[in-house]
Design a protein around this ligand. Sequence first.
Ligand code: NAP
Length: 257
Amino acid sequence: MYPDIQGKSILITGGSSGIGLGLALNFARNGGKVAITARNAARLEAAITMASAQGLTIKGYVCDVSIAQQVKETVALCAEQNGGLDVLCCNAGVFPSAALCDMTESEWDDVHAVNSKGTFLCVQAAIPWLKQAGHGRIILTSSITGPVTGYPGWAHYASSKASQLGFMRTAALELAKDNITVNAILPGNILTEGLADMGDDYIATMAKSVPLQRLGSVDDIAAAALFFASQAAGYITGQTLIVDGGQILPESSSCIS
Ligand code: NAP
């Protein structure tokens, strides 16, 4: 438990499923005033209903993170309705697969529009509110794919996830004077709805590649986000935390017993 999360206003993009929903539930369990965004209103509503069945209150806002005007309006509305903004989790992301030789310009642009530009738009829109809070926290959901590893079919995705880290380092410098920290979590393979779409073969192969011998859970990622949002992490900025069960460690598959 992180008692200092109590009463904090937290906005999580891509909060209607997977890691984002896991972040939302865990911040709410710790007493945070949690708001989530996503494009699909029905899935947003389903997430809120699911949280409510667990006795947790979460607000939802329909917003596409790749559209500047929507982001600006949504962040402002959320902050006005929740007493400001203390923590922004830039988590919305897409990971379609396309072989490099066949990848179209629009496939490249679409992935960067959500994962990379979406991060920039959300952070920029949140800055005035995080400054006002006096202790703002920005937490990015990046990935091991791109910053550390590669995976066939994900040249655009890997590029967008590495881009988040370049952005993070400069944002951390520019925002430090306002006592706003910017950090990133690099998940390995986390069992989410999005990962399930990759198919059983992908999941079985990945599970075998993890020294801790299981895929990650959304709660594993939420634990890292709670830490970055807490007072305990107040002197950490511009840093990455890999949460992957040791997946990037082996030099060969023979290292995994
Ligand atoms: P997921 O289950 O597919 O959930 C993605 C969420 O993002 C949904 O709420 C989705 O809702 C939202 N979203 C997608 N495009 C959006 C847009 N343009 N604007 C606003 N919301 C949007 O995915 P996940 O596995 O939880 O992944 C979440 C994040 O973790 C992503 O950034 C991903 O790159 C990263 N990650 C995941 C893993 C993994 O193993 N699962 C590993 C490394 C990194 P709508 O579709 O309704 O908008």
